[in-house]
Design a protein around this ligand. Structure first.
Ligand code: PLP
Length: 423
C-alpha cells in the first residue's frame, strides 16, 4: 500500500469521501487520490516522494508557479505581526486601491474568503440594487456552492451524476433561471418570459467548469446588450479568468464591461480569498453604507491580503507573463491537437490562452450538452496513464488544465511526449 492509499483509508473514515472538496476525489477514476506533501514551480510532490508536472495549480491560484518566493516571503513577513485582528488594516486599502486603479469596471470592491462567497454576495447586491429577484445563469457554469447557484452547476456535480444538490429547498432556486451557454436566443427568451424581473445575468466569460468552453463571437457582447435592454446587471464570474486571461480578466480580454465582477483563486495566491466589485452605485448598496447585508470575520485577512496583493502586483508589473502564457497555451494545446489528429480517436481540444481541455468527443464543445457527449471512460484511462507517467491532471473530464508561468517550453514538450504515449 502506498502512503497515499494509507492516508486515504484513514481519511474516508473521518472526512466525507476522504476529501474536503469533492473535486479532489478520484471517484470518477476509481483510485485513492494522491496526497500532496509540497510543491515548487510547476512540480508537485506526493507523500510517496513521486514528482508530477502539475496542471491543476491549485485550480488556478498558482499562476506564477507553486511556492513563488516573493509570495512566500510576504506571508512570513505579514504573519510576524499577528494572524488576524478583526479590525481594519492598511493592506486592505492597498488591495482595494490597486484593483480599482487598474481595472476600470471595478470602482469599489469588497473582500470575502472564497469564490462561493463572492458570487453569493454579488447576487445579493444585484438583487438589492435592482429590487428584482430573478437570476439567469448558464447550464454548466459553476458559481460556487451557495444554494441559489446549485442549478446545472458543472464539473464536480457533473461527474458525480447529481444534477442538482439535495438539501437545497425549491424556494432557493425558484428564482434561478438556466440558459444555454453560447445561445443568446435562450437568454432573450428567459428575459422576455420574466420581463422586468431579472436582476442579473451571471456568466463565466470563458466556461471553465464544464471543461473549457470559450464564448463564441458576439456572445458576451449580446449578453451586455440584452442586460441593457432589460435593465438587468451583467455579472462576470472571473474566479478563474480574472488576472489570468489578462490582468483585467475576461472583461479586458474580450473588451466587454460588466456591471459587477467576482474574483477568487488567483486573487489570493493560494490563500482563501474572494472578492466582488463593480459600479460604485451598486457597491454602495452593501452594508454598512447600504441595506444589503454582507459580512465576514476573517474577510480581508492580513496574511491573505499580503499573499494576494504580492501576486497581483507582480502580475501587473510583468505584463509579458500574459503573452508568454498565451504562447505556452498555443504550444501545449496546439501540440495536443497535432498529436491527436494522427490517432484514431474522436477528440476536441478547446483552449483560451493558458486554459485548455481535451474532450473525448466527436462534437464541437460549445455548451453543457455538447460537453456531456465526452467519453468519461476514455478520459479516466488517459488520466490514469498520465498520472502513472508523472503528469498531474484534474481527475475529471470536465475540468480545465491550468498553465502557469513556471511551465517551461521544455516541460510542455515533455508533457506532449507523454500525451503521445498515453493516447
Ligand atoms: C472555483 C469557482 C468558484 C467557487 O470558488 P470557491 O473559492 O471554490 O468557493 C466560483 N466560480 C467559479 C467560476 C469558479 O471556478
Amino acid at each position: 500500500m502506498t502512503r497515499s492509499e494509507a492516508l486515504f483509508a484513514r481519511a474516508v473514515k473521518r472526512i466525507p469521501g476522504g476529501v474536503n472538496s469533492p473535486v479532489r476525489a478520484y471517484g470518477a477514476i476509481g483510485e485513492a487520490p494522491r496526497f500532496i506533501e509540497r510543491a515548487d514551480g510547476c512540480y508537485i510532490y506526493d507523500v510517496d516522494g513521486k514528482r508530477y508536472i502539475d496542471y491543476i495549480d491549485s485550480w488556478g491560484p498558482m499562476i506564477l508557479g507553486h511556492n513563488f518566493s516573493a509570495i512566500r516571503e510576504s506571508v512570513i513577513k505579514a504573519s510576524e505581526n499577528g494572524l488576524s485582528f478583526g479590525c481594519a488594516t492598511e493592506i486592505e486599502v492597498e488591495m482595494a486601491e490597486f484593483i480599482c486603479e487598474h481595472i476600470p469596471h471595478v470602482e469599489m470592491i469588497r473582500m470575502v474568503n472564497s469564490g462561493t462567497e463572492a458570487v453569493m454576495s454579488a447576487v445579493r447586491a444585484a438583487r438589492g440594487f435592482t429590487g428584482r429577484n430573478k437570476i439567469i445563469k448558464f447550464a454548466g457554469c459553476y458559481h460556487g456552492h451557495s444554494d441559489a447557484m446549485l442549478v446545472s452547476a458543472g464539473s464536480g456535480v457533473m461527474t458525480s451524476g447529481v444534477p442538482d444538490s439535495a438539501g437545497v429547498p425549491d424556494g432557493c432556486t425558484r428564482d434561478t433561471m438556466t440558459a444555454v451557454y453560447n445561445d443568446l436566443e435562450s437568454v432573450r427568451a428567459l428575459m422576455e418570459q420574466a420581463r422586468g424581473e431579472v436582476a442579473a445575468v451571471i456568466v463565466e466569460p470563458v466556461g471553465a467548469n464544464m471543461g473549457v468552453v470559450p464564448p463564441v463571437d458576439g456572445f458576451l457582447k449580446g449578453l451586455r446588450e440584452l442586460c441593457d435592454q432589460h435593465g438587468a446587471l451583467l455579472i462576470f464570474d472571473e474566479v478563474i479568468t480574472g488576472f489570468r486571461l489578462a490582468f483585467g480578466g475576461a472583461a479586458e480580454y474580450f473588451g466587454i464591461r460588466p456591471d459587477m465582477v467576482t474574483y477568487g483563486k488567483i486573487i489570493g495566491a493560494g490563500m482563501p480569498v474572494g472578492a466582488y466589485g463593480g459600479r460604485r452605485e451598486i457597491m454602495e448598496m452593501v452594508s454598512p453604507v447600504g441595506k444589503v447585508y454582507q459580512a465576514g470575520t476573517l474577510s480581508g485577512n492580513p496574511i491573505a491580503m499580503a499573499a494576494g496583493l504580492t501576486q497581483l502586483k507582480y502580475l501587473y508589473q510583468h505584463p509579458e507573463i500574459y503573452q508568454e502564457l498565451a504562447g505556452k497555451g498555443e504550444l501545449l494545446y496546439g501540440g495536443m491537437r497535432e498529436i491527436l489528429a494522427e490517432k484514431e480517436i474522436h477528440f476536441r481540444v478547446n483552449s483560451v490562452g493558458s486554459l485548455g481541455c481535451l474532450f473525448f468527443t466527436d462534437r464541437d464543445v460549445v455548451d453543457y450538452t455538447s460537453a456531456k457527449t465526452a467519453d468519461t471512460a476514455a478520459f479516466a484511462l488517459y488520466f490514469k496513464k498520465m498520472l502513472e507517467k508523472g503528469i498531474h491532471l484534474a481527475p475529471s473530464q470536465f475540468e480545465a488544465m491550468f498553465l502557469s508561468a513556471a511551465h517551461t517550453e521544455e516541460v510542455i514538450g515533455e508533457t506532449l511526449d507523454t500525451v503521445k504515449q498515453c493516447i
